[in-house]
Ligand binder design. Structure first.
Ligand code: NAP
Length: 309
């Protein structure tokens, strides 16, 4: 029984030791050292090069190293009959909630304005409303969106969320489906994108959506780079319609040196660090899912290939 591993972060000995401890008899191979492809029953990966998974004819399940699975579905040769599991984990949710809270507070308290004023030695007050009068909207009310909404509620922000299906979350105004998107946007002063990347959500953060936000709204995108039309964001900032943006994810990562986002005075860039799953938890979930897959049972946190998340 062998598992093929691929990640951008190289800690091969650690992963081998942890996985072998938790799954006795499991041989861990690291891409590109696949060995005999017929031995491989499982893959644990982030951004496995396209075409590799499709060549593993005894593959029983694929485990994403993170919450997102777009990196698997975007492989045109991905074998669709093989189940995929993703990471859902309280620590991952806590880290994302911290990121969202940190940057909602920055926008709520006009930090970009004070950064600019400090560079020019300008002393000029702009007081923020109380949190209860600040409307924050979260696109996506899954594990991370719900956790972030609950954290913001604890700070008394006026929080709303938008999802595909109806939701009920204590103290959070909920909207769902394309028909309710405009009403959600019209009341959102700080917009947070925590959608998965699918055909339906690619490019959702575009000029039409920005126009539906109130003047002066801010954007936080820790979802995925292709959710955002970067040029249309810059246009919306330059026209003054949007006040500022915080971006953690980009079309191309690392963000290319020539990107105008690096030096835009009202854009804050973070290098795809909003949240990460703890390796201990990832190996625990993989071990449990290997047991389930071998028993022919559904996986924990199994994704729906038709929905794409
Ligand atoms: P999740 O539990 O699958 O939740 C996704 C949410 O989006 C659900 O509420 C879903 O609605 C909603 N949604 C999906 N498609 C929609 C559509 N077409 N219209 C309206 N709502 C839609 O995902 P998660 O665990 O919260 O993670 C969300 C994303 O965060 C990941 O996919 C990944 O891209 C990103 N992420 C980023 C980082 C980072 O460091 N930057 C780290 C981890 C994750 P339903 O509930 O009705 O299905």
């Amino acid at each position: 029984m062998a598992l093929l591993f691929h990640s951008k972060i190289k800690r091969n000995d650690w992963w081998r030791e942890e996985l072998s401890k938790k799954v006795p008899g499991l041989e861990v191979r690291f891409y590109p050292d696949i060995g005999d492809p017929d031995d491989i029953e499982f893959a644990l990966c982030f951004a496995m090069p396209h075409g590799v998974l499709g060549k593993l004819k005894n593959l029983k399940a694929v485990f994403s190293l993170g919450a997102g699975v777009d990196h698997i579905f975007e492989d045109p040769d991905y074998p669709r009959h093989v189940p995929i599991a993703r990471v859902v984990d309280p620590e991952l949710t806590d880290r994302m909630s911290e990121y969202v809270l940190q940057h909602v507070l920055n926008h709520h308290r006009y930090q970009h304005l004070y950064d600019e004023q400090q560079r020019k030695q300008v002393w000029k007050e702009k007081h923020a409303p109380a949190a209860r009068n600040r409307k924050v909207g979260i696109l996506g009310l899954g594990a991370l969106g719900t956790g972030s909404a609950e954290t913001l509620r604890k700070m008394n922000f006026d929080v709303a969320g938008w999802s595909r299906s109806p939701k009920s979350i204590d103290g959070v105004t909920t909207f769902h489906g394309p028909k309710q998107l405009d009403a959600f946007l019209a009341r959102t002063e700080i917009l947070v994108c925590l959608l998965p990347l699918t055909d339906e959500t690619t490019g959702i953060l575009n000029k039409d959506l920005f126009q539906k936000l109130p003047e002066g709204a801010a954007l936080i995108n820790p979802g995925r780079g292709p959710h955002l039309n970067e040029q249309e964001l810059i246009d919306a900032l330059d026209s003054g319609h949007l006040s500022a943006a915080t971006l953690d994810v980009f079309h191309t990562e690392p963000l290319p040196a020539e990107s105008p986002l690096w030096n835009h005075p009202r854009v804050r860039v973070t290098p795809h660090v909003a949240s990460i799953a703890s390796p201990g938890r990832v190996t625990e979930l993989a071990a449990k899912n290997i047991e389930l897959a071998r028993a022919g049972k559904p996986l924990l946190n199994q994704v729906d290939p038709d929905k794409g998340y």
